[in-house]
Structure formats: structure tokens, C-alpha cells
Design a binder for this molecule. Structure first.
Ligand code: TYD
Ligand code: MG
Length: 458
């Protein structure tokens, strides 16, 4: 019988195994995903192990009452909101974001906030020297807070340090891509290093009850770099997003085992760090120009929080064979779909026009309920008719041109009312607590109604 090989080559994207390395995985066609892995002791039942006797574990029922996970309030309300009420001890949080967006700043502020509240927080910086982190602390006015700091990238040293001292409540690793384990013969940032480092740190966190916060780099298409398995291993994945041209930063939960996964926290980068923004609607509406056509206000919702934001459109005659369609903060495919529906169902063709759509303040909208407001902004820019300043929109558009209801309509409209809006264009279908609303509602069932009111005169 042939001896089992010492190692095999495993695709980090799909898990396919092969006996040789190759640049491209034959199973999933991904490039550069094959990594050599030492063969673990063969799986029980495969016939390759000696029959080891397992230990029977106690089985439980589902109705055993468990305590609500205890939480450490962070002292930063926006962060508490995103994590679902504070950080859970023993949990692991991965926070991703583009370089320079403010990850290190946020985590230093978090560590300081916990340390000031009498908890122990340890900050391992793999990217910056201790002096650089201290400089940032100076800028943030946090030099007096008892955060423990080390510039270290060796995983074994980090684990040893953590095990030696008092059990920390919070461990920050900035960033996971800089760590390396001596045992592995691969460069820092490679799939196997990132995975091994994450695994060891999570094991430490689970055993000690320390909360773990990992910074993750993102690739050029916005994903957290390294193996997808890291996102599966941690309890919570947060993305820190924003536009470098704007001071606003959005912390978005995309996975959360201990809370809602669609919450956002809003921050503003100021001279002394990240400031919380408690009422983001006021901020994203900004200074509005009453006379300019092409702007419309969306009554949106992010997680549990209603959020009003201005959408701007520009429709300009094009000399190009295939006119430009560009969207900032809005899904490009949804823009194409709305343009197609306007052309096919409402007779408004943009075939000879360049179309630009922008979400004010650097926010990114992912809700389908923003279809109607985008259509309104496009039609307004096309026809040159400005929309009333005190009007909001919400509703999804289907391919037939029907306007479909969006979730939490009443909450959206209540927020609009609170901010002084007087009118709303909403879908005809769907429940609405009309009694509690003083807004003048126009309920439409088809996009045609909007196109007729705003459509360019033929
Ligand atoms: P940083 O936290 O280093 O980003 P990351 O760790 O995500 O790469 O933030 C860097 C940017 O933030 C930098 O361009 C300067 C800016 N900044 C401020 O505007 N005010 C501040 O108080 C701080 C600390 C940084
Ligand atoms: Mg950083």
C-alpha cells in the first residue's frame, strides 16, 4: 500500500485537493488559491487511523435557558449599536476597510474608552511602530489612558504575552495580515499565515474570555483580503467605509452572531479622531439647493435606523455611441434596470444621454427601496423640473414598472416628518399607519404616474 503523502495542495477558495501545486485551481478556476498544507491525521472512519476510542459527549435539549451573552459597553454609542449592544467577551470581531479610512483610529479610541472605564485593553500594532501609535494617541488626546501597547508581529510572542499577563478584556490586532507564525513556511499575509494566526488568536479568546478585535485589509474590489474562512471563523464582521473626499465614515455590520447584521454606525473624522454622529439624516441632507433639478430625498432605513439622504442625478446629452452610466454610492446594475424600465414601460428613453447618479455625503445605498427616488431624480434632471424641497420618496420598482412597497414605511415617513418634510411619494400597496402621519401622501402603483408628472414634454 502506498504511504499517504505528508502534504497535499488545497485550494483556499473551494477546498479541492490535488497532489501538485498549480497556478489555477482546476475545480473552481480561481487563480493563486492553491496552498500546500500538511496532512492532518486522517479522518476517523477513513480506515487510515488506528481505531481510537472517542469519548461520548453529553447531549442537551434546546429548551435549556441560557443567560443572555454578557456585554462590555464600549462607551461609543455608535459602536454599541453596530455590535448589538456592546462587545461580547470571548468573541472575535473582524473589521475591514480601505487604507486610511480610520480603522486604527477607531480601535485606539475603543481601547482607550475601555481602559478608561477600568478594563484592560492591549493593542498590538503590526503596521506602525509604538512611537507612531503614541503620536496618534497624542492627537486623539488619549495619552493618559492606560492602554497597553506593543509593536509585534510574531504570533507566538503575542500569544505568550497575552498568556503571561493579566487576562485582558480587549485585544486589538492591527492587522491580521502582518502576523506570522514561525511554524509556517510562508510570508505574512498569505492565506495559510492569516488563517493560522486567526485560529490561534480565536482559540486564545475563547479560552480566556478576552474579546478579540482584528483589523483586516481589503482587496481592490473591497473584500477583506485573505481566505474567506477568516470571515467564517469570527463572530462578527464589520466594514468601515467612506469616501476619502468626505469626512463621514460608516461602520457597517455584515455578519453578527450576537446582533442584527444590517446596522450601521455613523462617524465623522475630525481633527481629533472619530466623532459620533447621532443624527445622520441632518448630515446627509446637507445644504440643499432648492432650484436645481435632479435632486430628490430618499426616506431610507439602515438596520433599525431611519436615514434620509439626498440622491442627485445628472442627465446630459451625449455624443458617445454608447452613453455613459455612472453611479456613486448606488448599485450600477440597479441604475441600468431603472433606466431600462423607464424606457420600456414609461416611454422615457435615455439612449442619447449620459447619466450620472450620486448619493450625497459619500453614503452607499444598497436598499431596493431607493429605486423610486432614483427614478424621480433622473426624470427631474431629464425634464429640468425641480422637485419640491419638502418631498421624500421610497419604493421599489419591479421590471414591469409597478411600484412595490418597501419595509418599515411608517418609520421612514415618521423620520421625514420629524425633519420637516411635508410630502411623500410612496407605493399604493402596503400597510401604512396613516393616522400618525401628517405628511401629504401621494400613493402610486406604477412608475408611469411619476413619469407623466415629471416626464420631459414631447
Ligand atoms: P487611520 O486610523 O490610520 O486609518 P487606517 O488604520 O484605516 O489605515 O486613519 C488615517 C487617516 O485619518 C489619516 O489620513 C488622517 C486621518 N485622521 C484625522 O483626520 N484625524 C485624526 O484625529 C486622526 C488620528 C487621523
Ligand atoms: Mg491602520
Amino acid at each position: 500500500m502506498a504511504k499517504p503523502a505528508k502534504s497535499s495542495f488545497v485550494c483556499q477558495a473551494c477546498g479541492a485537493t490535488s497532489t501538485r501545486w498549480s497556478g489555477k485551481c482546476v475545480a473552481c478556476n480561481e487563480w493563486n488559491t492553491i496552498a500546500e498544507e500538511a496532512n492532518l491525521a486522517a479522518v476517523p472512519g477513513s480506515g487510515m487511523t488506528r481505531a481510537l476510542k472517542g469519548r461520548a459527549v453529553a447531549l442537551e435539549t434546546l429548551d435549556v435557558r441560557t443567560e443572555e451573552a454578557p456585554r462590555i459597553p464600549t462607551g461609543i454609542a455608535e459602536l454599541d449599536r453596530v455590535t448589538g449592544g456592546g462587545i461580547v467577551p470571548g468573541s472575535a470581531i473582524l473589521i475591514g476597510g480601505e487604507p486610511g479610512i480610520g480603522k486604527s483610529t477607531l480601535l485606539l479610541q475603543l481601547a482607550a474608552s475601555l481602559a478608561n472605564a477600568g478594563r484592560s485593553a492591549v493593542y498590538f500594532s503590526g503596521e506602525e511602530a509604538a512611537a507612531q501609535v503614541r503620536l496618534r494617541a497624542e492627537r486623539l488626546g488619549l495619552t493618559k489612558s492606560p492602554v497597553l501597547l506593543a509593536a509585534e508581529t510574531n504570533l507566538t510572542n503575542i500569544i505568550a504575552t497575552l498568556e503571561a499577563g493579566r487576562r485582558p478584556d480587549l485585544v486589538v490586532i492591527d492587522s491580521i495580515q502582518t502576523l506570522w507564525a514561525d511554524a509556517l513556511d510562508a510570508a505574512p499575509g498569505t492565506v495559510s499565515q492569516v488563517r493560522a494566526a486567526t485560529q490561534s488568536l480565536i482559540r486564545f479568546a475563547k479560552q480566556s474570555g478576552s474579546a478579540l478585535l482584528l483589523v483586516g485589509h481589503v482587496t481592490k474590489d473591497g473584500q477583506i483580503a485573505g481566505p474567506k474562512v477568516v470571515e467564517h471563523m469570527v463572530d462578527t464582521v464589520l466594514y468601515f467605509e467612506g469616501d476619502s473626499g468626505h469626512p463621514y465614515r460608516i461602520l457597517r455590520a455584515v455578519k453578527n452572531r450576537f446582533g442584527a447584521s444590517d446596522e450601521i454606525g455613523v462617524f465623522e473624522m475630525v481633527g481629533h479622531g472619530l466623532a459620533e454622529v447621532a443624527n445622520p439624516s441632518e448630515l446627509f441632507l446637507g445644504d440643499r439647493d432648492a432650484t436645481a433639478p435632479g435632486a430628490a430625498v430618499f426616506a431610507g432605513i439602515e438596520g433599525t435606523r431611519p436615514l434620509l439622504v439626498e440622491i442627485q442625478a445628472l442627465v446630459a446629452p451625449s455624443k458617445l455611441g454608447s452613453p455613459r452610466r455612472a453611479a456613486v454610492g448606488f448599485d450600477q446594475n440597479r441604475l441600468s434596470m431603472i433606466l431600462a424600465v423607464l424606457a420600456a414601460r414609461c416611454g422615457v428613453s435615455f439612449a442619447e444621454h449620459d447619466v450620472f447618479l450620486n448619493v450625497a455625503g459619500g453614503l452607499r445605498i444598497t436598499e431596493p427601496a431607493a429605486d423610486l427616488v432614483a427614478a424621480a431624480a433622473l426624470l427631474s434632471s431629464f425634464s429640468g423640473i425641480s422637485l419640491p424641497m419638502d418631498e421624500v420618496y421610497a419604493g421599489e420598482i419591479s421590471l414591469s414598472g409597478a411600484v412595490r412597497p418597501a419595509a418599515h414605511m411608517t418609520t421612514r415617513l415618521r423620520e421625514a416628518q420629524k425633519l420637516g418634510f411635508k410630502r411623500a411619494i410612496v407605493p399604493a400597496a402596503g400597510e401604512l399607519e396613516v393616522k400618525s402621519l401628517k405628511l401629504k401622501l401621494t400613493r402610486i402603483s406604477h412608475l408611469k404616474a411619476l413619469a407623466e408628472a415629471l416626464g420631459p414634454c414631447e
